[in-house]
Design a protein. Structure first.
Length: 254
């Protein structure tokens, strides 16, 4: 019996000896993959880099299936590529993949606000690309997901709950729940939470333009054009500055 116990202890010691370095090596490989994915994400202005980032984050999930951060970033990446695609069919393809990626993130951790946020915005963009009927059918689930974001982290992604809800209130017909007053209230709340975040100002500028308030629209556009790029949102901010430039051209034509 003593001999058997000794053999078992020796075997356990051997497992610990070899599993220690292996575990450390796996962790190092995981960290390197995350760093690579994050570096590719930072260069997402090149959509090919964004696609590479998705594939790399998927490799992270193979090594660590419960990494909700990687899962959320995949949904974010798909949204970004869809948002920057020229053709509606491509937009639908990528936003549909973004929806599935966000649902996967929710399965990993339904307390992660980003999972619910990127599900809502991918749904919103998918509906917009698909057409008005699909878009209207998604209003209820979009708002449900946004409410979950608010419950988990009201300030998530620089006032994302208020920014996206404001967009919904602005774009949906009044008979189906649209409300211009709430639209402005929500946009202003997003700016109150994150005054430096350019897209908050862009959405407000677009609302002013739609309501023919040129001067207030110009104020928001001037803020966007003169503001520095946020370090974590440089590709996004370049896009928003271009959109602001396009909007000021439209204002000056009228």
């Amino acid at each position: 019996m003593k001999k058997f116990i000794a053999v078992v202890l020796l075997a356990m010691a051997g497992l610990l000896l070899f599993s220690g370095p292996a575990a450390a090596q796996n962790q190092q490989g995981l960290n390197e993959l995350k760093q690579k994915a994050d570096a590719l994400w930072a260069e997402r202005g090149d959509l090919n880099k964004a696609l590479e980032a998705i594939n790399t984050y998927k490799e992270v999930l193979k090594l660590k299936p419960d990494d909700v951060g990687a899962a959320v970033r995949i949904a974010n990446c798909y949204w970004w590529i869809g948002k920057n695609s020229a053709e509606n069919k491509d937009k639908m393809t990528f936003h549909d993949k973004g929806v599935e990626a966000a649902k996967n993130a929710i399965l990993i951790n339904d307390k992660e606000p980003g999972a619910h946020y990127w599900l809502a915005v991918n749904w919103a963009e998918y509906g917009k690309a698909k057409g008005i009927i699909k878009s209207l059918s998604l209003i209820k689930p979009i708002r449900q997901e946004l409410n979950k974001v608010k419950d988990l982290d009201e300030k998530y992604l620089n006032g994302g709950y208020y920014r996206v809800n404001g967009k919904v209130y602005c774009e949906v017909p009044g008979l189906l729940g649209g409300d211009r007053k709430k639209c402005y209230e929500y946009y202003r709340k997003s700016i109150e939470i994150a005054p430096q975040h350019l897209v908050n100002h862009l959405f407000l500028a677009e609302a002013y333009f739609e309501d023919k308030d040129k001067e207030k629209a110009r104020e928001e556009i001037n803020f966007i054009l003169n503001a520095p790029l946020e370090p974590d949102f440089m590709p996004d901010d370049r896009l928003y500055k271009r959109q602001a430039e396009d909007l000021i051209k439209k204002i000056n034509k009228k």
